[in-house]
Design a protein around this ligand. Sequence first.
Ligand code: ATP
Length: 386
Amino acid sequence: MRFLRSPGSRAGEVATLVTRGVDAVEPYVAGYLPQMVLAALVPVAVIVRLAFADVTAALTIAVTLPLVPVFAALVGAHTRDRTKTQLDALSALGGHFLDVVKGIGTLRAFGRAEAQSVTVRQLADQHVSATMSTLRVAFLSALVLELVATLSVAMVAVPVGLRLLDGGVALHTALLVLLLAPEAYLPLRAAGAQFHASAEGKAVLDQVPDLPSDTGCPAPDLLGAEIVFESVTVRSLRDFTLRIAPGERVALVGPSGAGKSTVLGLLLGFVRPDSGRVLVGGVDLRDVDQAEWLRRVAWMPQRPTVVPQDLSSGERQQVALNRALAREDAGLFLLDEPTARLDPETEAKVLRDCRGFLRGRTTVLVAHRPALLDEVDRVVRIEAAA
Ligand SMILES: Nc1ncnc2c1ncn2[C@@H]1O[C@H](COP(=O)(O)OP(=O)(O)OP(=O)(O)O)[C@@H](O)[C@H]1O
């Protein structure tokens, strides 16, 4: 959940990581890592046991054994790059597909829906070729590791067999060597095989951003908390400074593109200042647990999403406004042009209805319509950046 909420997460990447990515992590955590523990312990135990029975065999194993991890590391470096390319291709495909689905209405309206199928096909082809390339490397490396391990076992077994024929070694010692020698190589071979099965999981873990050790400090109680914009610069806002007292109703006015909605975005925590700070009750909003903060804020966006769609835009706006005002427990109300699509008569009625409700509740609203200005305690003008 913390990853999903982390700022800057891109939808396509997140969709790939939390679906296929999560499945891919299991072979790494439950397969490769435990196998690495065995690969570190078992060969040492075999060498120590054989050192007491047949020093030559123990030395042969000790010398040939490192060849397996050396070859595995050489092939592994190659595998890592290929797997990363494969995962990137999958993320690009997932992200693009998601964008196309989201924007299908607009694409159809402009007659560009068909063109997208070509792009999706190209991305799918890229993913197929990246996957085939990863598989080729995986098969090749399995072959290399099997070959190295088999030759190493032969280098131990053949001399022991010859010495047994010459009478240079007892039968029970030769049997012990022949039975134990393959066991020294087995965990390393298995780790090599697990490495390929788990490479995607490792790439996924590398892609998940470093998450903060905690989700931020508790959201300040808005009752009695002053909201302060301290020389905030972001998008079109330049050194924007504003103090909002608890319970105050403020209207933001100004030309299109001046940054009124950006001010609401800053208060929601969706937009982060490039410089300056937004303080609530003296706490920098950047440090506040965003999920908890959003539970305290009621927001009506400029273009509300309301199901069903068969409502008119004005009706949709009224539903969205009622939905925001129904959040009686909220400590801050952010309303972006709440009456923009209403006729003057309906607007007057809506404003009459919410007048009593908003009195004494901290409210920031974006106002283009003059009727809204009578409903607030203060009007703040935001000028377009020069
Ligand atoms: N997601 C975004 N990323 C980057 N810049 C953006 C983004 N959204 C808006 N902007 C830019 O930020 C500036 C301020 O936009 P904003 O929507 O805050 O203006 P506004 O005053 O609310 O305008 P309007 O009255 O037309 O709604 C504009 O120049 C706009 O292009």
